[in-house]
Design a protein around this ligand. Structure first.
Ligand code: GDP
Length: 194
């Protein structure tokens, strides 16, 4: 996935670029490895910055692949320090974005392979299914598990995901070893064709 340029950082969903063309959104709990995955998938060193300050207001980053084709880097969720009120607000905005954004053609959900399917991940998968939004789950940091354990984890998560979502793929991914890079790139590129 070649990124032509960084387009903008939006403080909230209302400030995103015009809702036309095709976009693919990246979501996940903070520390899931989303920034690393974005950098790996786009073959850039620091497109998305890793290691942010917990609890700080995060921006939505928009990266242009080409004209009218965008990657949307949604803020990481799940920081314990964020007040409940703010969490609720963000969840509502996120659900609304998934539901209303016409150009959104796919969701990439990043989960640490050692800590998959936390509450908000499950919520997100269910919302995505409600919106008939194709979803690619990347089980990140796959290099942290031995191949046997990794494969059984993928199978287990996949089994649960398909009970919640009609159009979902689950695969292992590592920014370190590039496991799953080819398949993830192919799946995301598919969404951009049209
Ligand atoms: P984000 O908060 O979801 O954007 O997560 P980051 O990309 O900043 O990664 C969080 C932490 O996990 C950092 O310390 C990364 O170095 C580490 N990390 C990310 N991807 C991988 C991976 O594929 N393998 C390993 N071993 N560590 C990773």
């Amino acid at each position: 996935l070649h990124v032509a340029k960084f387009e903008l950082s939006a403080p909230d969903i209302r400030r995103l670029p015009a809702d036309s063309g095709i976009e693919v959104a990246f979501a996940g709990r903070s520390n899931a490895g989303k920034s690393s995955a974005l950098n790996t998938l786009t073959n850039q060193k620091a497109l998305a910055r890793t290691s942010k300050t917990p609890g700080r207001t995060q921006l939505i980053n928009v990266f242009d692949i080409r004209e009218n084709r965008r990657l949307i880097d949604l803020p990481g969720y799940g920081f314990a320090k964020v007040p409940l009120e703010m969490k609720k607000k963000w969840q509502k905005a996120l659900a609304e974005y998934l539901e209303k954004r016409m150009s959104l053609k796919g969701l990439v959900l990043l989960m640490d392979i050692r800590h998959p399917l936390k509450d908000l991940d499950v919520d997100l998968i269910n919302w995505a299914n409600d919106c008939q939004l194709p979803t690619l789950v990347l089980l990140t940091k796959a290099d942290k598990l031995k191949p046997g354990k990794r494969n059984s984890e993928v199978l287990q998560v996949r089994k649960k995901c398909v009970t919640m979502h009609d159009n979902i793929k689950v695969q292992a991914f590592s920014s370190l070893t590039k496991v799953g890079l080819e398949q993830a790139t192919a799946a995301i590129s598919d969404w951009f064709i049209n």
